[in-house]
Design a binder for this molecule. Sequence first.
Ligand code: P6P
Length: 323
Amino acid sequence: MTLQAHMLEQQAHYPEATGTFSWIISALSISTKIIADKVRRARLENVLGNMGAENVQGEQQQKLDVIANDVLLRTLGGRDGVAIVASEENEEPVILRDDASGERRYCVLFDPLDGSSNLDVCGGVGTIFSILRHDRRAARAGDSLLQPGLQQVAAGYVLYGPSTVLVMTIGQGVDMFVLDPSIGAYMRVERGLRIPAAARSYSVNEGNRRSFPEGYQRYLDWAQEQGYSSRYVGAMVADLHRILLKGGVFMYPPTAKSPKGKLRLMYEANPMAFIIEQAGGKALVAPGRRVMEVQPEDIHQRTPIVIGSPEEVDHVVARLGAA
Ligand code: P6P
């Protein structure tokens, strides 16, 4: 079954549906097919490397960051159901449509090319997206974006790896699609994905270990005593796709360089948390505090995160609180 047929099948469950939401998913589908092609041809077309400029995050912008961002802005901009888009690469959200018409509209937030520093070495990179209902009652249009992750109507990612894989949820479980380049369509390969409850593997940048809060160091000592393996790609989408399929736990604790954590709440942590929770996993910012409960104050705010198999997240939490 293609993604398009899957969306029509899902839409049929909602008689009041107008197709607006499906059109947005179709825009994300075509955008990521274009990005996949550009990622694979990057070195041939000499679009690797950085722009020589920094983005709003203070990070070196890769040429493909800008290209992927432009593709998403242009494609989503053409969908009447999109009121606002917000991107890791744009300091301010783009208000596309905010008229008072009764039309239900949506906000789409995205990290256009997560882990793009991996591009030059042919490592995994991905696109992450989060979809919220547009809230016209917000005092300022942009404030409509400041909704907790629990308000997401959909979230997903595309991993540009040996194959191009789309994983998404609309709140009814997690489905996986693989791009078939011969026909240019995403084909559904898994329905109702469930994350393994446990797996002896953790994913963290241990280069920052010395500045982790003590509880995280206690966990790493414990995991290494238990003989856990360590896997870290440096691209959240690639690390979490592995964990979704094989189990384990990913964490980005507070560090000296990123005292509030490095990952962005709105378009990295929230969408990945929605997917992992829908697959039976856990996603926390601190013991007992879910990522998706955080009330955002800024669209680019950062957060610590512990996310993955439920039993493995519990092992981390047990040591965060331990004295
Ligand atoms: P570090 C990529 O830049 C990213 O935002 C995530 O995809 C990834 O998990 C993390 O940062 C890697 O950060 O500090 O380990 O290089």
